[in-house]
Design a protein around this ligand. Structure first.
Ligand code: BG6
Length: 497
């Protein structure tokens, strides 16, 4: 059943930034076009750049056309007139008063009933002070409606700063007011993992070490760092993608069945899986984790510049733009099954997928084929693009000999459900307005994720890379990433197949 949200004012901090125009406003547009927003809905954007309501609307209107194909003018006009803007610095008391006044105006004009969802789309260094300033100004008090705060990623830079941020937020807000977002959990295909695993009788019995050889997760981006060089250079691929998006995919694949889909039941299982990740000893880091940085390269005959030439990136940067890893989950189900993942910028294609590779047949009966062993069965869950699920298996190739060949059963979302464009943020924005925290992170999940990556951060910081850049833009990362897979029958699946 579709769930429409009630009256609500959305206040976006960092409203002139990339996230607002790339993801949040397109997501609001898609929600509006599905009529999932209330008539009593409005947005107040806040950021340091000067500007008026009109300029804010014009800017977002222009970028909407960049990110949404053929936007419907009626839907946009419904949303556009609800967009308002306040410029200023939160540390300035006057700016805060202006924001407060604008929020009161909006509440009166749109009957938003005192419900406010604050969205922190700012640089991460400001998360704690945004919450503090709002609380000091009385904006976090839930006298009339709800006051909730969506906190973006990265949540901290390491274990200690994540704990610190949590402490700061909890000193001015209560846990139920905090929504730590990870937009991967808003993606249909990521949620579908739960349905695939727990809505079917055939997969769960073989979802374990007896039948699975290994799991691979690829989150590949064709794009470079675009206009985010300044942010990215302080963050790097590990912090940007691993303790959040990759660990979401990994835990949903590996966790035990939850007892229900209540917020805590699901998150309890994710945390249990995270805590079972085998901790890396410092001496294992360089063998279990591979980093890389792209240099100049090309794609489709087009030259691509190297990371160090991107705007906002220092020419000697040692920040990694690629990471690949091997992880073991030390529990009954997964003992000794390696989970491999890789993610990076400027890879040959845009593709996110999870591959479950099953064990090979124990005996090779088809000797005439001349191959030593048959390729193993793979279940491929395509998160994006071409969302779907494919199972590869062996079939007899027609002809006089008993020759096996690999074929696919392929389910495509689009064939069954049509194509509904989305950003991943739609469902999460609705859930936050509805007060459903199931798909948001708890602080223990974040801490468990950071605890696992901490030794890698430490060893990498102590041993800066000497060979960066080490992969050409448009390639699959450094050669070491290929070697992680160890056995000859294990290969990273070629993307886009
Ligand atoms: C963001 C990262 O969280 O996720 C970006 O900060 C990355 O660097 C993006 O590009 C990927 O998201 P998606 O939805 O395009 O796969």
């Amino acid at each position: 059943m579709e769930r429409a949200v009630g009256p609500c004012l959305l206040v976006i901090f960092g409203a002139s930034g990339d996230l607002t125009r790339r993801k949040l406003v397109p997501a609001l547009y898609y929600l509006a076009s599905e009529k999932l927003l209330s008539d009593s809905f409005a947005v107040v954007g806040f950021s340091r750049s000067a500007g008026s309501d009109e300029e804010f609307r014009r800017r977002l209107g222009a970028s909407l056309r960049e990110f949404v194909r053929d936007p419907d003018a009626r839907v946009w006009s419904w949303l556009e007139r609800r967009l308002h803007y306040v410029s200023g610095d939160l540390e300035d008391a006057q700016a805060l008063r202006r924001l407060s006044a604008k929020m009161e105006d909006a509440e009166r004009s749109y009957a938003t009933a005192g419900n406010v969802l604050f969205y922190m789309a700012t640089v991460p260094e400001l998360f704690a002070s945004v919450a503090r300033r709002c609380a000091e100004a009385g904006l976090a008090r839930e006298d009339r409606g709800f006051r909730r705060f969506v906190v973006e990623k990265p949540f901290g830079r390491d274990l200690e700063s994540a704990r610190e941020l949590n402490k700061s937020l909890l000193s001015v807000l209560s846990e139920r007011q905090i929504y730590r977002i990870d937009h991967y959990l808003g993606k249909e295909t990521v949620q579908n993992l739960l349905v695939l695993r727990f809505g079917n009788g055939i997969f769960e019995p073989i979802w374990n070490r007896r039948y699975i050889d290994h799991v691979q997760i690829t989150v590949a981006e064709e794009l470079g760092v675009e206009r985010r060089g300044g942010y990215y250079d302080h963050t790097g691929a590990l912090r940007d993608m691993v303790p959040n998006h990759i660990f979401q995919l990994l835990t949903l694949t590996a966790m035990e069945p939850p007892i229900s889909f209540e917020a805590d039941a699901l998150r309890d299982e994710q945390v249990k899986a995270l805590r079972a990740f085998r901790q890396l000893r410092p001496e294992d880091v360089l063998t279990f984790a591979v980093r890389g940085q792209y240099g100049a390269g090309e794609a489709g005959g087009r030259p691509l510049s190297g990371y160090r030439e991107e705007p906002g990136v220092p020419p000697q940067s040692r920040t990694e733009t690629f990471v690949a890893m091997k992880v073991f989950i030390d529990n009954w189900r997964w003992n000794d099954v390696p989970f491999f993942f890789r993610t990076g910028k400027r890879l040959p294609c845009h593709s996110s997928e999870i591959v479950i590779q099953f064990k090979r047949v124990p005996q090779m009966l088809f000797r005439e084929t001349g191959e030593d062993r048959l390729p193993a069965n793979q279940l491929v869950i395509r998160i994006q693009p071409n969302e779907g699920i494919a199972l590869s298996f062996q079939a007899k190739v027609p002809g006089p000999s008993l020759r096996p060949g690999t074929v696919d059963m392929d389910f495509r979302y689009q064939d069954y459900f049509g194509h509904k464009p989305s950003t991943g943020y739609e469902r999460l924005l609705c859930d936050a307005m509805l007060g459903d925290a199931t798909l948001f992170k708890r602080s223990d999940m974040l801490e468990a994720g950071w605890s696992f990556v901490q030794p890698i951060l430490d060893v990498w910081a102590a041993l800066p890379p000497r060979d960066f850049p080490d992969y050409p833009a448009g390639s699959w990362g450094p050669a070491q990433a290929q070697q992680l897979l160890e056995a000859p029958w294990r290969r990273w699946r070629a993307c886009g197949r």
